[in-house]
Design a protein around this ligand. Sequence first.
Ligand code: COA
Length: 249
Amino acid sequence: MSDIELSRAGRVQIIRFNRPEKKNAITRAMYQVMADAINGAGTDEDIGAVLLLGQPEVFTSGNDLKDFMAVATGAEHGEEVGHYLLAIATSRKPLVAAVDGLAVGVGCTTLLHCDLVYASPRAWLQTPFVDLGLVPEAASSLLGPRLLGYQRAFELLVLGERWTAEQALQAGLVNAIVEPQDLEAQALQMANRLAEKPPEALALSRGLLRGDRNDAVERLAQEGELFKQRLKSDEARNAFMAFMQKKSG
Ligand code: COA
């Protein structure tokens, strides 16, 4: 079984995290599969929307910390994360997400790029960037304040506060809270509704609401530079080591 499961439901491209034994932590290979699927959907007339799904109680725990540790200790960074972030920031098709359980790091900031987000009551969101010695990514430093307001974005992205589904709903990051057993069906139904709309009108309307993507793309580059530097910082290395030691101890 692949760590990212790709499937189709009618005109909806489904991308499912499928690495539950590691809380769906995202490896470089997984980023690339997702980037290719989102970019592929963009040029496929048979696909009207993309749906991101996880596993019961686990959307994703974010970037694989072993991959971060590898970079911190000298490995090359690789381009896969960047490909994924660019794909979600510039996706030509609407993105819909269903979040059950934990959504950490990029699992949370990805939601800022989604057009519709559904969460179960047991969903929780957290971005421990600063505690890991890192900085916000995925253009969240731009889109977060824009969507959530400055103080709420700061609470989520810098303070690293853990938000419940209810808090995310109040903040406008989630459209609706849906019981776990109905969550995927609801998200799929909404993705299908989007996918059945006249594609040109949908694309134009979405473009109007989302506005110019260049600012997000520029912010991705700016954050990405800092992020790469921070991965090699003592603060980050120590935080990654603490996580590994906790897990092996
Ligand atoms: N990268 C790599 N491995 C991860 C991971 C991640 N982001 N998140 C979880 N895992 C692994 C754990 O190491 C563990 O592996 P093991 O069974 O081989 O020891 C397994 O997944 C289960 O995780 P565990 O920590 O035991 O589950 P939990 O329910 O106690 O805690 C989390 C879940 C998500 C709170 C916790 O795993 C965590 O904090 N992960 C790191 C999240 C993070 O900082 N992401 C990066 C953000 S930039």
